[in-house]
Ligand binder design. Structure first.
Ligand SMILES: NC(=O)C1=CN([C@@H]2O[C@H](COP(=O)(O)OP(=O)(O)OC[C@H]3O[C@@H](n4cnc5c(N)ncnc54)[C@H](OP(=O)(O)O)[C@@H]3O)[C@@H](O)[C@H]2O)C=CC1
Ligand SMILES: O=C(O)C1=N[C@H](C(=O)O)C[C@H](O)C1
Length: 270
Protein backbone atom coordinates (compact mmCIF):
# COMPACT_ATOMS: atom_id res chain seq x y z
CA UNK A 1 0.00 0.00 0.00
CA UNK A 2 1.24 3.49 -0.84
CA UNK A 3 1.21 5.93 2.10
CA UNK A 4 -0.14 9.24 0.87
CA UNK A 5 -1.35 10.59 4.21
CA UNK A 6 1.74 12.78 4.56
CA UNK A 7 1.01 14.44 1.22
CA UNK A 8 -1.86 16.45 2.75
CA UNK A 9 -0.64 20.01 3.01
CA UNK A 10 -2.88 21.64 5.61
CA UNK A 11 -2.19 25.08 4.09
CA UNK A 12 -3.31 24.10 0.58
CA UNK A 13 -6.67 23.04 -0.79
CA UNK A 14 -7.94 19.48 -0.50
CA UNK A 15 -7.06 17.50 -3.64
CA UNK A 16 -10.27 15.64 -4.41
CA UNK A 17 -11.24 12.72 -6.65
CA UNK A 18 -14.98 12.35 -7.39
CA UNK A 19 -16.72 9.16 -8.57
CA UNK A 20 -20.23 8.95 -10.02
CA UNK A 21 -19.49 12.45 -11.30
CA UNK A 22 -22.39 12.79 -13.75
CA UNK A 23 -24.99 11.30 -11.42
CA UNK A 24 -27.57 13.36 -9.52
CA UNK A 25 -25.28 13.66 -6.50
CA UNK A 26 -21.96 13.68 -8.38
CA UNK A 27 -22.96 16.79 -10.33
CA UNK A 28 -23.87 18.66 -7.16
CA UNK A 29 -20.66 17.54 -5.44
CA UNK A 30 -18.69 18.96 -8.37
CA UNK A 31 -20.71 22.20 -8.41
CA UNK A 32 -20.19 22.63 -4.67
CA UNK A 33 -16.50 21.69 -4.73
CA UNK A 34 -15.56 24.10 -7.52
CA UNK A 35 -17.10 26.93 -5.48
CA UNK A 36 -15.12 26.04 -2.36
CA UNK A 37 -11.66 27.58 -2.01
CA UNK A 38 -10.61 24.68 0.25
CA UNK A 39 -11.23 22.10 -2.54
CA UNK A 40 -9.40 21.31 -5.75
CA UNK A 41 -11.04 18.64 -7.92
CA UNK A 42 -8.06 16.74 -9.40
CA UNK A 43 -10.20 14.19 -11.25
CA UNK A 44 -13.80 13.10 -11.73
CA UNK A 45 -14.91 9.76 -13.16
CA UNK A 46 -18.15 8.15 -14.23
CA UNK A 47 -19.12 4.78 -15.69
CA UNK A 48 -20.46 6.39 -18.86
CA UNK A 49 -18.34 9.53 -19.22
CA UNK A 50 -19.97 12.77 -20.33
CA UNK A 51 -19.05 14.13 -23.72
CA UNK A 52 -18.74 17.59 -22.16
CA UNK A 53 -17.16 18.74 -18.93
CA UNK A 54 -19.45 19.09 -15.89
CA UNK A 55 -19.02 22.33 -13.96
CA UNK A 56 -15.83 22.94 -15.92
CA UNK A 57 -14.36 19.60 -14.80
CA UNK A 58 -13.36 16.99 -17.41
CA UNK A 59 -15.18 13.68 -16.82
CA UNK A 60 -12.96 10.62 -17.28
CA UNK A 61 -14.14 7.04 -17.80
CA UNK A 62 -14.38 4.89 -14.67
CA UNK A 63 -11.79 2.45 -16.07
CA UNK A 64 -9.18 5.21 -15.71
CA UNK A 65 -9.70 5.39 -11.93
CA UNK A 66 -6.60 3.41 -10.90
CA UNK A 67 -4.33 5.39 -13.21
CA UNK A 68 -5.84 8.70 -12.06
CA UNK A 69 -5.31 7.85 -8.40
CA UNK A 70 -1.62 7.17 -9.09
CA UNK A 71 -1.16 10.17 -11.34
CA UNK A 72 -3.18 12.93 -9.58
CA UNK A 73 -2.50 11.90 -5.96
CA UNK A 74 -5.82 12.98 -4.36
CA UNK A 75 -6.02 13.60 -0.61
CA UNK A 76 -9.46 11.92 -0.61
CA UNK A 77 -12.07 10.40 -2.92
CA UNK A 78 -15.77 11.28 -2.56
CA UNK A 79 -18.13 8.64 -3.92
CA UNK A 80 -21.85 8.62 -4.77
CA UNK A 81 -22.35 5.69 -7.17
CA UNK A 82 -23.91 2.27 -6.61
CA UNK A 83 -23.17 -0.32 -3.91
CA UNK A 84 -20.90 -2.58 -5.99
CA UNK A 85 -18.98 0.28 -7.60
CA UNK A 86 -18.47 2.09 -4.28
CA UNK A 87 -16.91 -0.97 -2.69
CA UNK A 88 -14.61 -1.54 -5.68
CA UNK A 89 -13.44 2.08 -5.46
CA UNK A 90 -12.86 1.66 -1.72
CA UNK A 91 -10.68 -1.39 -2.35
CA UNK A 92 -8.56 0.53 -4.87
CA UNK A 93 -8.27 3.46 -2.46
CA UNK A 94 -7.16 1.05 0.26
CA UNK A 95 -4.45 -0.34 -2.02
CA UNK A 96 -3.32 3.15 -2.99
CA UNK A 97 -3.50 4.74 0.48
CA UNK A 98 -6.24 7.25 -0.34
CA UNK A 99 -8.91 8.19 2.25
CA UNK A 100 -12.41 7.29 1.07
CA UNK A 101 -15.72 9.04 1.75
CA UNK A 102 -18.90 7.41 0.46
CA UNK A 103 -22.56 8.30 0.69
CA UNK A 104 -23.62 5.36 -1.44
CA UNK A 105 -26.46 3.37 0.12
CA UNK A 106 -28.03 -0.04 -0.46
CA UNK A 107 -24.96 -2.13 0.43
CA UNK A 108 -25.52 -5.70 1.59
CA UNK A 109 -23.62 -7.34 4.48
CA UNK A 110 -20.84 -8.63 2.22
CA UNK A 111 -20.32 -5.21 0.66
CA UNK A 112 -20.28 -3.53 4.05
CA UNK A 113 -17.71 -6.10 5.24
CA UNK A 114 -15.49 -5.28 2.26
CA UNK A 115 -15.82 -1.56 3.00
CA UNK A 116 -14.84 -2.28 6.60
CA UNK A 117 -11.82 -4.25 5.41
CA UNK A 118 -10.70 -1.25 3.37
CA UNK A 119 -10.77 0.82 6.57
CA UNK A 120 -7.96 -1.37 7.94
CA UNK A 121 -5.66 0.30 5.38
CA UNK A 122 -7.09 3.82 4.96
CA UNK A 123 -9.58 6.09 6.71
CA UNK A 124 -13.10 5.33 5.48
CA UNK A 125 -16.22 7.37 6.23
CA UNK A 126 -19.56 5.94 5.13
CA UNK A 127 -22.70 7.95 5.88
CA UNK A 128 -26.13 7.10 4.58
CA UNK A 129 -27.01 10.78 4.96
CA UNK A 130 -24.62 13.74 4.91
CA UNK A 131 -27.17 16.22 6.24
CA UNK A 132 -26.38 17.71 9.63
CA UNK A 133 -30.11 17.90 10.35
CA UNK A 134 -30.55 14.15 9.89
CA UNK A 135 -27.73 13.53 12.38
CA UNK A 136 -29.74 15.53 14.92
CA UNK A 137 -32.96 13.74 13.91
CA UNK A 138 -31.21 10.46 14.72
CA UNK A 139 -30.40 11.70 18.23
CA UNK A 140 -33.93 13.03 18.78
CA UNK A 141 -35.35 9.66 17.74
CA UNK A 142 -33.15 7.81 20.24
CA UNK A 143 -34.32 10.12 23.02
CA UNK A 144 -37.99 9.78 22.02
CA UNK A 145 -37.83 5.95 21.93
CA UNK A 146 -36.04 5.74 25.28
CA UNK A 147 -38.71 7.94 26.88
CA UNK A 148 -41.77 6.57 25.05
CA UNK A 149 -41.02 2.86 24.46
CA UNK A 150 -44.69 1.85 24.31
CA UNK A 151 -45.74 4.27 21.58
CA UNK A 152 -46.48 2.95 18.09
CA UNK A 153 -43.76 3.92 15.61
CA UNK A 154 -44.09 4.34 11.83
CA UNK A 155 -41.37 5.54 9.49
CA UNK A 156 -42.13 7.12 6.12
CA UNK A 157 -39.40 8.07 3.64
CA UNK A 158 -40.07 9.88 0.37
CA UNK A 159 -37.61 10.20 -2.52
CA UNK A 160 -37.41 11.00 -6.24
CA UNK A 161 -38.56 8.38 -8.72
CA UNK A 162 -34.98 7.50 -9.77
CA UNK A 163 -33.97 6.15 -6.37
CA UNK A 164 -33.20 2.42 -6.55
CA UNK A 165 -32.79 1.21 -2.96
CA UNK A 166 -35.70 0.91 -0.55
CA UNK A 167 -35.96 1.57 2.25
CA UNK A 168 -33.47 4.44 2.08
CA UNK A 169 -30.09 4.12 3.75
CA UNK A 170 -31.16 6.80 6.20
CA UNK A 171 -34.20 4.74 7.18
CA UNK A 172 -31.98 1.70 7.79
CA UNK A 173 -29.80 3.85 10.04
CA UNK A 174 -32.82 5.29 11.89
CA UNK A 175 -34.15 1.74 12.43
CA UNK A 176 -30.81 0.65 13.89
CA UNK A 177 -30.84 3.67 16.22
CA UNK A 178 -34.38 2.91 17.25
CA UNK A 179 -33.60 -0.72 18.00
CA UNK A 180 -30.47 0.02 20.01
CA UNK A 181 -32.22 2.81 21.97
CA UNK A 182 -35.28 0.68 22.78
CA UNK A 183 -35.13 -0.05 26.52
CA UNK A 184 -36.94 -3.43 26.47
CA UNK A 185 -34.53 -5.86 24.73
CA UNK A 186 -37.26 -8.49 24.34
CA UNK A 187 -39.73 -5.95 23.04
CA UNK A 188 -37.79 -4.59 20.07
CA UNK A 189 -40.48 -3.91 17.46
CA UNK A 190 -40.78 -6.13 14.36
CA UNK A 191 -40.33 -4.28 11.08
CA UNK A 192 -43.35 -4.35 8.76
CA UNK A 193 -42.61 -3.03 5.27
CA UNK A 194 -45.81 -1.55 3.86
CA UNK A 195 -49.20 -2.98 4.74
CA UNK A 196 -52.14 -4.62 3.06
CA UNK A 197 -54.85 -7.12 3.99
CA UNK A 198 -57.27 -7.37 6.85
CA UNK A 199 -55.62 -7.12 10.24
CA UNK A 200 -55.11 -4.44 12.87
CA UNK A 201 -51.67 -3.14 13.70
CA UNK A 202 -49.86 -5.44 16.14
CA UNK A 203 -48.52 -3.62 19.23
CA UNK A 204 -44.93 -4.77 18.58
CA UNK A 205 -44.74 -3.56 14.99
CA UNK A 206 -42.76 -0.78 13.44
CA UNK A 207 -44.12 0.24 10.05
CA UNK A 208 -41.66 1.21 7.30
CA UNK A 209 -43.01 2.92 4.18
CA UNK A 210 -41.10 3.99 1.05
CA UNK A 211 -42.65 6.52 -1.29
CA UNK A 212 -41.08 7.29 -4.71
CA UNK A 213 -42.30 10.26 -6.73
CA UNK A 214 -41.09 13.16 -8.82
CA UNK A 215 -37.86 14.95 -7.95
CA UNK A 216 -38.06 14.95 -4.15
CA UNK A 217 -34.52 15.26 -2.74
CA UNK A 218 -35.24 13.30 0.45
CA UNK A 219 -37.75 13.32 3.30
CA UNK A 220 -37.84 11.19 6.45
CA UNK A 221 -40.65 11.25 8.98
CA UNK A 222 -41.01 9.24 12.18
CA UNK A 223 -44.42 9.13 13.78
CA UNK A 224 -44.73 8.09 17.43
CA UNK A 225 -48.30 7.69 18.63
CA UNK A 226 -49.80 6.61 21.95
CA UNK A 227 -51.54 7.97 25.04
CA UNK A 228 -53.97 9.86 22.74
CA UNK A 229 -51.13 12.01 21.37
CA UNK A 230 -48.67 12.10 18.46
CA UNK A 231 -45.10 13.20 17.90
CA UNK A 232 -43.81 13.66 14.34
CA UNK A 233 -40.09 14.02 13.80
CA UNK A 234 -39.56 15.14 10.23
CA UNK A 235 -36.59 16.13 8.09
CA UNK A 236 -36.77 17.49 4.54
CA UNK A 237 -33.70 18.15 2.44
CA UNK A 238 -34.30 21.34 0.43
CA UNK A 239 -31.86 20.22 -2.25
CA UNK A 240 -28.84 17.93 -2.79
CA UNK A 241 -26.42 20.75 -1.88
CA UNK A 242 -27.09 19.80 1.75
CA UNK A 243 -25.61 16.32 1.18
CA UNK A 244 -22.77 17.55 -1.04
CA UNK A 245 -21.62 20.10 1.56
CA UNK A 246 -21.63 17.43 4.27
CA UNK A 247 -19.65 14.99 2.13
CA UNK A 248 -17.02 17.62 1.30
CA UNK A 249 -16.76 18.60 4.97
CA UNK A 250 -16.26 14.90 5.73
CA UNK A 251 -13.51 14.59 3.10
CA UNK A 252 -11.66 17.65 4.44
CA UNK A 253 -11.92 16.23 7.98
CA UNK A 254 -10.89 12.68 6.96
CA UNK A 255 -7.82 13.45 4.84
CA UNK A 256 -4.58 12.76 6.69
CA UNK A 257 -6.23 10.71 9.48
CA UNK A 258 -5.16 7.22 10.54
CA UNK A 259 -6.77 4.21 8.86
CA UNK A 260 -10.11 3.33 10.49
CA UNK A 261 -13.88 3.48 10.27
CA UNK A 262 -15.24 6.97 10.93
CA UNK A 263 -18.74 8.35 11.50
CA UNK A 264 -20.18 11.59 10.11
CA UNK A 265 -21.13 12.54 13.66
CA UNK A 266 -17.41 12.96 14.41
CA UNK A 267 -17.21 15.51 11.58
CA UNK A 268 -20.15 17.45 12.95
CA UNK A 269 -18.80 17.40 16.49
CA UNK A 270 -15.29 18.52 15.43
N1 LIG B 1 -25.38 9.83 1.89
C1 LIG B 1 -26.10 10.81 1.35
O1 LIG B 1 -26.23 11.91 1.92
C2 LIG B 1 -26.74 10.59 0.02
C3 LIG B 1 -26.62 9.37 -0.57
N2 LIG B 1 -27.12 9.15 -1.82
C4 LIG B 1 -26.81 7.87 -2.42
O2 LIG B 1 -25.82 8.07 -3.43
C5 LIG B 1 -25.97 7.08 -4.44
C6 LIG B 1 -26.05 7.76 -5.80
O3 LIG B 1 -27.25 8.50 -5.86
P1 LIG B 1 -27.61 9.36 -7.16
O4 LIG B 1 -26.55 10.33 -7.45
O5 LIG B 1 -29.00 9.85 -6.97
O6 LIG B 1 -27.62 8.21 -8.27
P2 LIG B 1 -27.42 8.36 -9.84
O7 LIG B 1 -27.88 7.08 -10.44
O8 LIG B 1 -27.98 9.64 -10.33
O9 LIG B 1 -25.84 8.46 -9.99
C7 LIG B 1 -24.98 7.41 -9.81
C8 LIG B 1 -23.81 7.69 -10.70
O10 LIG B 1 -22.81 6.73 -10.46
C9 LIG B 1 -22.39 6.25 -11.73
N3 LIG B 1 -21.88 4.90 -11.59
C10 LIG B 1 -22.54 3.78 -11.32
N4 LIG B 1 -21.69 2.75 -11.32
C11 LIG B 1 -20.48 3.27 -11.60
C12 LIG B 1 -19.20 2.72 -11.76
N5 LIG B 1 -18.98 1.39 -11.66
N6 LIG B 1 -18.17 3.54 -12.00
C13 LIG B 1 -18.36 4.83 -12.13
N7 LIG B 1 -19.56 5.44 -12.05
C14 LIG B 1 -20.59 4.63 -11.77
C15 LIG B 1 -23.58 6.28 -12.62
O11 LIG B 1 -23.12 6.24 -13.95
P3 LIG B 1 -24.06 5.79 -15.18
O12 LIG B 1 -24.94 6.95 -15.40
O13 LIG B 1 -23.11 5.55 -16.28
O14 LIG B 1 -24.76 4.55 -14.70
C16 LIG B 1 -24.21 7.60 -12.19
O15 LIG B 1 -23.66 8.70 -12.89
C17 LIG B 1 -27.20 6.26 -4.05
O16 LIG B 1 -26.77 5.11 -3.36
C18 LIG B 1 -27.95 7.19 -3.11
O17 LIG B 1 -28.79 6.53 -2.21
C19 LIG B 1 -27.78 10.13 -2.50
C20 LIG B 1 -27.97 11.34 -1.94
C21 LIG B 1 -27.46 11.69 -0.63
O1 LIG C 1 -30.94 8.50 -3.10
C1 LIG C 1 -31.12 9.61 -2.56
O2 LIG C 1 -31.48 10.61 -3.21
C2 LIG C 1 -30.82 9.74 -1.13
N1 LIG C 1 -30.32 8.73 -0.51
C3 LIG C 1 -29.89 8.67 0.83
C4 LIG C 1 -30.59 7.53 1.55
O3 LIG C 1 -30.77 6.46 0.94
O4 LIG C 1 -30.95 7.68 2.72
C5 LIG C 1 -29.93 9.98 1.54
C6 LIG C 1 -30.94 10.97 1.05
O5 LIG C 1 -32.16 10.75 1.67
C7 LIG C 1 -31.05 11.03 -0.46
Amino acid sequence: MTDRSSSLDSAGPLRLGVTGATGRMGRVVLATAVERPDCDVVFAVNRSPASDAVEGVEIEPAVAFDALIADREPHAVVDFTGAGAAVDYAVTCAEEGVPFVTGTTGMDETQLDRLCEASESVPVLHASNFSRGVAVLDELLAEAVRRLPDYDIELVETHHSGKRDAPSGTTTRLLATLESAHPGEDEIPDRVHGREGDAPREPGEIGVHSVRAGAIAGEHEILLAGNHEEIRLCHRAGDRGVFAAGALDAAAWLAGRDPGWYDFREVIDA
